[in-house]
Design a protein around this ligand. Structure first.
Ligand code: EPZ
Length: 418
């Protein structure tokens, strides 16, 4: 096991280039199963979650070749429609192969992804959508077994919650289903728009991606596609908050500022300087920071994937900030760890009341999930003294060599064997 050692209280300064978006890459890799042939993905981040999805596709008979940030996926010879439990347990997003496999081979057997540290992570909406397209789905002995005799048929589906994964699974199944599928109360995330742009290149007719109603008209064959993944807005937001929490100045390049509107306006409200160019974001932190309130919401609201990170920032704001997490039932695993560093936080159910302190101090803390881990890195960068972060494999799932990018910004951080 590895850990980070961070010597904090150093204002970060310099430029950072974003990697491709993890949460756009994963559904697009699953979408490759719809194609009988090769597709080429560029700007693919080097993350353990991406490697795991590659293992899932290989297990199905796909051939993947990685050359730096390019991933070539050849799905000409898929022999299986079933993935193993151990693989699926390591990557919840493996459930995204359910829709494309069922649509392509009329059968799919995928382990129930199960919960994780941030919540129970049900997939009932994924199954509701596929059933309405004609799939027979049974959930037994920890597996989802889906079949459809004469192929999937387009349907009108209302999502009780604008689930990102459910929207993606249904879009993928609908891409080669007969007829038209309408997804109402769909997720409006930028990653859904990137998936839609990928599928459109393959000849799928899609309207409304990015809105709450997406209309997909299935296409028998999807032609091979070349696509460059959008930059990772959550990585961007994490580095923006790194500038704010250390009182530094960071220029983020190859960004899409339009994906970060909510965070940009929140940081400006807090007293952080943010300047935008077409693909650049400059963030200049300065103290004092004003206290603030954040409530996470489905896109285009404040992203839950940036809640732990902005909670760390709230620890150093003047006065009392209120953070409400409405998407996941247990996304406060970072709070006890921040308290070890001197943070003053009171939890009331899904709300955390953060009383700002003059400074945080180094401590030994534990990462329990990707973004909780990232919030501890941010706190460590700001804290006086040295912070040790254990279980950093969680962080590596969502950030490509975060310490290398931080060192280029002047951070004193190193990865050591624990
Ligand atoms: C995606 O997860 C992201 N992961 C998550 O990022 C992100 O936090 C989440 O969307 C919300 O934005 C990937 O894209 C790989 P959801 P997903 O389905 O699709 C409930 C990270 O840190 N729900 O929108 O699993 C569910 O319980 C990760 O990069 C149902 O009730 O999220 C949760 O409360 C963490 N039934 C809420 O919806 C369902 O069938 C959000 O889930 C599906 C979801």
């Amino acid at each position: 096991m590895q850990k980070f050692l961070i010597q904090g209280n150093i204002p970060l300064k310099g430029k950072v280039k974003l990697s491709g978006a993890k949460n756009a890459t994963l559904p697009i890799m699953a979408a490759s199963l719809l194609i009988r042939g090769k597709c080429y993905l560029d700007n693919v981040p080097k993350l353990t979650d991406i490697e795991m999805m590659g293992e899932v596709l290989r297990e199905l008979g796909t051939n993947l070749i990685r050359q730096d940030n390019r991933l070539t996926i050849d799905t000409s010879f898929i022999q299986k429609e079933e993935i193993s439990c151990e693989l699926a347990k390591k990557l919840r997003a493996s459930v995204l192969v359910l829709g494309p496999l069922l649509a392509r081979n009329k059968r799919a057997k995928v382990p129930l992804p199960g919960g994780c540290n941030i919540g129970s992570r049900p997939v009932n909406l994924h199954l509701k959508g596929l059933r309405s397209m004609g799939a027979n789905i049974e959930v037994k002995k920890g597996y989802i077994e889906a079949t459809v005799n004469s192929g999937l048929t387009g349907s009108s589906i209302y999502l009780d919650f604008p689930s990102v994964g459910a929207t993606e699974n249904i879009m993928l199944a609908a891409s080669i289903a007969r007829g038209t599928t309408v997804i109402k109360n769909a997720s409006r995330s930028p990653e859904i728009v990137d998936l839609s742009n990928f599928l459109k290149k393959g000849g799928v007719k899609i309207k409304g991606a990015g809105t709450d109603t997406i209309i997909i008209t299935g296409n028998k064959e999807i032609v091979p596609i070349t696509h460059s993944i959008i930059p990772d807005r959550i990585e961007a937001g994490t580095f923006m908050i790194a500038a704010a929490i250390t009182g530094g100045e960071i220029l983020i390049t190859n960004a899409k500022p339009e994906h970060l509107g909510v965070l940009i306006s929140k940081l400006k409200q807090i007293g952080v300087e943010v300047k935008l160019d077409k693909d650049k974001i400059m963030v200049k932190g300065s103290f004092p920071l004003k206290s603030f309130n954040v409530t996470t919401l489905p896109d285009p609201g404040f992203p839950t994937d940036l809640q732990p990170q902005i909670t760390s920032l709230a620890c150093l704001a003047d006065g009392e900030s209120v953070i409400s997490e409405t998407i996941f039932e247990n996304r406060f695993t970072h709070i006890p760890e921040l308290e070890k560093m001197g943070a003053k936080i009171t939890r009331r159910g899904k709300t955390a009341i953060v009383k700002g302190v003059p400074f945080l101090h180094g401590s030994c803390v534990v990462a329990y999930d990707i973004r909780g881990g990232a919030s501890l890195v941010l706190a460590g960068l700001a804290a006086r003294g040295t912070t040790e972060i254990l279980n950093i494999h969680h962080i590596d799932r969502g950030y490509q060599k975060i310490e290398e990018k931080l060192i280029l910004l002047g951070a004193k951080i190193k990865r050591v064997e624990d």
